[in-house]
Each structure stands twice: as structure tokens, then as C-alpha cells.
Design a protein around this ligand. Structure first.
Ligand SMILES: Nc1ncnc2c1ncn2[C@@H]1O[C@H](COP(=O)(O)OP(=O)(O)OP(=O)(O)O)[C@@H](O)[C@H]1O
Length: 584
């Protein structure tokens, strides 16, 4: 069972701290107002009884002929004060709720920014799949609304109200305080027991919800393929099963939630009865005056109420903490330093004036890194059964144009991803331009063209300008020309995922933006099959541009023309076979 506040929320989402301090302050004022309200109410009721001659003497309470003529008129000031107190409570409640929602919005915004930053730092991290990431960033973090909006305010009240109201009861009638002290811990005790049952259910519910979301996401993305193979209708069954599981999980969690409310209600009611019976007897035997009895009786349920309400909103806390855990898992996954994995590595920090050096780099994709989103080990496991790079060593000189070739699946893209800092190797070191992988300036050295280049929704100009935000339209047009896409209009619309451009056009846009980045000062172009899908003429012009860029080029390719144009071809072999090198 999680604690009431995830320590990371406290230390890394600063709005939480501010909110809790403000929440306790508001809670304390609310408690004082509560005591004042109970006192006024007790006074009003006891006075009303006296005024009606039940059971006291009117003149003893409100002497004077005026009151005697209009007995209840004397209550007007107290009634006015009570109205004022109720208004103050309403304002305090509104203020607390406003504060809570503001804090929730700020914490969510901070966590979303951190998650996105972490994903940008480590785009190929497998701790969370894209579907899970979307789930965490959207619906997942929305679960913090209930946590901040309902659970935390209640938690603050559960601390302040028993303390302040309990003191007021102690001063008035210590025997009732004793009963309260003995019975109050029963509520948290039952809450812990119920919480243990709820936590397991919530974990299951969250997993089912994620599975349903991912399944739906996969179906939508893969719909054209499923239709082409006539399998679209067959997916209904799987979706129905997942949806049914989700419904059953939700109902089961709700059952526990409702049951927990009922149990806590029962405990609190019996506890109040234990206080009420002795007070009733004392009143009957004249050992206590009516106002004191009423004051204590009005206050006692107020001590149990906020503690009980914490239990009622406990599922908000579980939802919120689960969402926070997911968020921090995503943030921590991205914040693994893309640095050398062996701190005792004896190799020099500045091993070469420039050049790219892979030194004994080992990478394996473990099944767990893909499937277990709670895995803390996002560094790719060297002992995995699926070792892709095994002590990969290579040195590429500054300005050299190198083609990386080899059979499909031998690890060419993986090597580039390590170089770009997208993947952290299990062991080994990478240096470039005299820097170690993980240096904050690391990625500025590279202009990147991925195998499936990422496109943003906007125009061709927006996409090319990612290479250099300050580039003029002329520079964009020139870069497109050099990338073999001189005929492409800057204003051409690009939809989600590059919609509106052919695969070849996307590659040329990606090459154009890499060229802009080179113009802005990068030393290397790192390209993953940039000419796949291009016709021979365009390919020739792209090769000419790459050679003429004046930078070092490391290009993964299957195309003979690109290999021909390279200074050197590195041939990788699959799996455990050592890499061999063919110098031209
Ligand atoms: N995220 C991942 N999780 C698990 N295995 C992966 C992942 N990415 C790649 N692999 C596996 O690692 C191996 C190397 O993949 P990589 O993409 O580096 O090969 P490649 O040589 O670039 O292939 P190609 O020429 O077909 O692009 C493949 O067997 C692939 O299945």
C-alpha cells in the first residue's frame, strides 16, 4: 500500500509542498470555525429550550420584559453570527478546492513536461510503449485531479480537525475525549485493511485499462493492414474480451470502494454512540448542563468525519499515487544518463581530437525492457539472450564518409541509436569529437536522418526548419534542392506522422533538415538508409550532396551506389559473429 504522499511528488513536484502547507493552514482555520459554529449552535439550541421553558427558567437565561414578550427574538444576534460562520466555512471550502485544483494543474503540467523531456532525451527507451506513454501523459495524470482535489484536502482536514476539535472537547469534557481517543484509531485501522485489498485491485484495474488502451491503439494504427488481410472483423472478439475484463475490474474496485464507505460509516456511528450514551446519562442526572452536552455532541461526529472521508477518498489516493508512479517511471527511464556505463573505465576522457570511437559496445534487447513497464533497468541488458552488439569496436576518422552495411537485423540501426544517445549500452564506451557519450553538447555534433524520419504536423517548411530554427526560407529552399526535393513547396501541408508525403519525400525532407543542421555547425551526418525508396537519379544527387557536405558521414545502407561513394565500408555480421571491416 502506498503512503499518503509519494515522496517524489513532495520533492520533485514543488506545487505539492506549497499546497500541503496551504491546505494545513486552511484546515486549521476551518477547524477553529467549526468549533465556533458548534458553540453557537449549542448556545442557540439550549437557549431556545430555555426560552420555551424546557427545561430551564426563561428569566435565568434572558432576563428582561422585552425578551419575555418576544422570547425567540433574543436569538437573532446568535443566528446572525451562525449565518456568518456558515458563510466563512463555505468560502474556506471554496478556497481549499480552488487551491487544490490549481495545484493539481501545476503538478500535472510539471510532470507532463518532465515526461516529454525524458522521452526526448531517450526516444527509443522501451520502459513504456508509445501507447502506455500516451495513456500516462493524458488519462493517467488526470487521476491526480481527484488526489489533489479530494484526497489531499481531506488529509489536511483529518490532521487539523481532530487536533483542534479534540482540544475543544478535552477542555469541555475530558471523559468524552477519552472515548474519542480510544475509538478514533479504529477508522485508520479499517482503512489500512480495506486499502490493502483496494491497492491490489487498482493495480489490476490499471493494467487492464492500459491493455485495453494499447489494444485499441494498435487496432486503429493497423486497421488498413487488418482490412487488407480480411482480419478486421475478427479483432472484435479480442476487443470485447479486453473491454469485458476492464468492466469487471472497474465494478470490482467500485464494490470494494462502496463497501469501505459503509464499514467506516458503521465504525464512526458506533463511536459517536459510545460518547452520546454517557452524555445522555449525565444530562438526565443533572451532572452536565444542556449547552455543554450539546457542544460535545455536535463536535464529536466532526472529529470522525474528516478521518472517515479520507477513507472514502482513498481510491483517489491510490489512483493518484499509481499515476505518479507511472509518471516517475517514465521520467526516470529517460533520465538515465546516456553516459559511459563503466565509471572505472580507464580510457581517457578526451581520447582523440575528433572522430567517432565505439569501444567494446555491447547491447542486447531483453524481453523485459519491452514488456515490463515497471522495470527499473532501462539500460539494455548485456546478458540478454538477444545480444545485438557484442563488444562492437570501430573508429571513424573526422570527415570520413563511411557506409555501415550488413544483413538485415545485424544491429546497424542499433549502433546508430547508441551513437545518437537513444539507447544506453550495457557496457562499453562511445566517444565523438573528443567528448564522451552523455556530454550535454553531444547531440549538437550530429545531423540525424532516421530510418522512418519523424514528421510534425504543419508544413514542409516547419519540418525542414527543425534542423535550424533560424533558417530563412531561402536556406530551406536551398536545403531541399540539395536533398533532391527542389520541386517541393515550402507551404505543402504535412499531416500527423508525415501524412501527405510519400515515403521517399519524407526521407528527402529529413535529409534537407539534416543539411540545415550541418550548415548550422554539426560535424557529422548520421543517416539510416536515406536513399531507400528513391529513384536512381535522386539517389545519385543525394549521394553527391552527402559527399559535398564537407562533414563526416556515417550511413547505414543496403544500396550499392551509396557503398560505392563511401571512403570506407564497414560490414557488420549478425549476432555473436565479430564484425569485420573492409577498407576500400
Ligand atoms: N526495441 C527493440 N526491442 C527488441 N528487439 C529489437 C528492438 N529493436 C531492434 N531489435 C532487434 O535487434 C536486432 C537488430 O536490429 P537493428 O534495427 O539494429 O538491425 P538492422 O541491422 O538495422 O536491420 P535492417 O537492415 O533491417 O534495418 C533485430 O534482431 C531486431 O529484431
Amino acid at each position: 500500500m502506498p503512503g499518503p504522499i509519494d515522496p517524489r511528488l513532495w520533492s520533485r513536484a514543488s506545487a505539492t509542498k506549497t499546497y500541503m502547507v496551504a491546505g494545513v493552514a486552511v484546515g486549521t482555520v476551518t477547524s477553529v470555525v467549526l468549533v465556533a459554529q458548534a458553540w453557537l449552535l449549542a448556545k442557540l439550541i439550549s437557549t431556545a429550550f430555555h426560552l420555551q421553558g424546557l427545561p430551564g427558567d426563561l428569566n435565568a437565561v434572558l432576563p428582561g420584559s422585552e425578551n419575555a414578550a418576544y422570547p425567540l427574538g433574543g436569538l437573532a444576534p446568535s443566528l446572525g453570527a451562525l449565518g456568518g460562520i456558515i458563510a466563512i466555512r463555505a468560502v474556506l471550502m471554496w478556497f481549499n478546492s480552488w487551491l487544490a485544483h490549481r495545484s493539481a494543474a501545476r503538478v500535472k503540467s510539471q510532470l507532463r513536461t518532465d515526461i516529454i523531456a525524458a522521452r526526448l532525451a531517450s526516444p527509443h527507451d522501451a520502459t513504456l510503449t508509445t501507447g502506455q506513454l500516451v495513456q500516462v501523459v493524458t488519462k493517467g495524470l488526470d487521476n491526480l485531479d481527484g488526489y489533489f482535489g479530494r484526497y489531499l484536502p481531506q488529509l489536511a482536514l483529518a490532521i487539523t480537525v481532530p487536533a483542534v476539535v479534540g482540544t475543544a472537547i478535552l477542555v469541555t469534557d475530558w471523559e468524552s475525549t477519552l472515548v474519542v481517543i480510544l475509538t478514533l484509531p479504529l477508522i485508520p485501522l479499517f482503512m489500512i485493511l480495506i486499502g490493502l485489498a483496494t491497492q491490489a485491485k487498482m493495480d489490476r484495474s490499471w493494467r487492464t485499462q492500459s491493455r485495453l488502451g494499447n489494444h485499441f491503439n494498435d487496432l486503429v494504427v493497423g486497421l488498413p493492414t487488418l482490412q487488407a488481410f480480411g482480419r478486421a472483423a475478427a479483432q472484435r472478439k479480442g476487443l470485447k474480451i479486453n473491454e469485458g475484463n476492464h468492466r469487471a475490474q472497474t465494478m470490482s474496485t467500485l464494490r470494494v470502494s462502496f463497501l469501505s464507505g459503509g464499514v467506516l460509516e458503521l465504525v464512526a456511528t458506533y463511536s459517536v454512540a459510545l460518547v452520546a450514551v454517557p452524555i445522555g446519562l449525565q444530562l438526565a442526572f443533572g451532572h452536565m448542563d444542556l449547552m455543554t452536552g450539546l457542544f460535545v455532541l455536535i463536535l464529536v461526529p466532526e472529529v470522525y468525519l474528516p478521518v472517515r472521508q479520507v477513507g472514502v477518498h482513498y481510491h483517489d489516493s491510490v489512483d493518484g499515487i499509481t499515476a505518479a508512479e507511472e509518471a516517475f517511471a517514465a521520467i526516470d527511464a529517460g533520465s538515465h544518463p546516456a553516459s559511459q556505463t563503466d565509471p572505472a573505465d580507464p580510457s581517457p576522457a578526451n581520447p582523440s581530437p575528433a572522430g567517432i570511437i565505439f569501444d567494446a559496445v555491447t547491447v542486447g534487447y531483453s524481453e523485459n525492457t519491452v514488456l515490463d513497464r515497471h522495470s527499473e533497468n532501462t539500460v539494455l541488458d548485456r546478458h540478454s539472450e538477444n545480444t545485438v552488439l557484442d563488444e562492437f569496436c570501430e573508429h571513424i576518422a573526422p570527415g570520413e564518409v563511411v557506409a555501415l552495411v550488413g544483413p538485415s537485423g545485424c544491429g546497424k540501426s542499433t549502433a546508430l541509436h547508441v551513437l545518437m544517445g537513444f539507447l544506453t549500452p550495457a557496457s562499453g564506451t562511445v566517444h565523438a569529437g573528443g567528448m564522451s557519450l552523455g556530454d550535454p553538447r553531444w547531440r549538437r555534433q550530429f545531423a540525424w536522418v532516421g530510418q522512418t524520419p519523424g514528421m510534425i504536423n504543419g508544413t514542409v517548411a516547419d519540418n525542414v526548419r527543425l534542423g535550424d530554427p533560424d533558417a530563412s526560407d531561402d536556406a530551406l529552399q536551398n536545403a531541399l534542392l540539395r536533398a533532391g526535393a527542389g520541386d517541393m513547396a515550402l507551404g505543402h501541408h504535412v499531416g500527423d506522422g508525415g501524412e501527405g508525403l510519400s515515403a521517399g519525400e519524407r526521407r528527402r525532407v529529413a535529409i534537407a533538415r539534416a543539411l540545415l543542421r550541418v550548415d548550422a555547425g554539426s560535424d557529422w551526418m548520421i543517416l539510416d538508409e536515406p536513399t531507400a525508396g528513391l529513384d536512381a537519379d535522386t539517389e545519385a544527387s543525394v549521394i553527391e550532396t552527402l559527399r559535398g557536405s564537407g562533414t563526416g558521414v556515417l550511413v547505414v545502407t543496403h544500396r550499392p551506389a551509396v557503398m560505392e561513394a563511401a571512403d570506407r565500408v564497414i560490414t557488420m555480421e549478425r549476432a555473436e559473429d565479430r564484425m569485420s571491416e573492409v577498407a576500400r
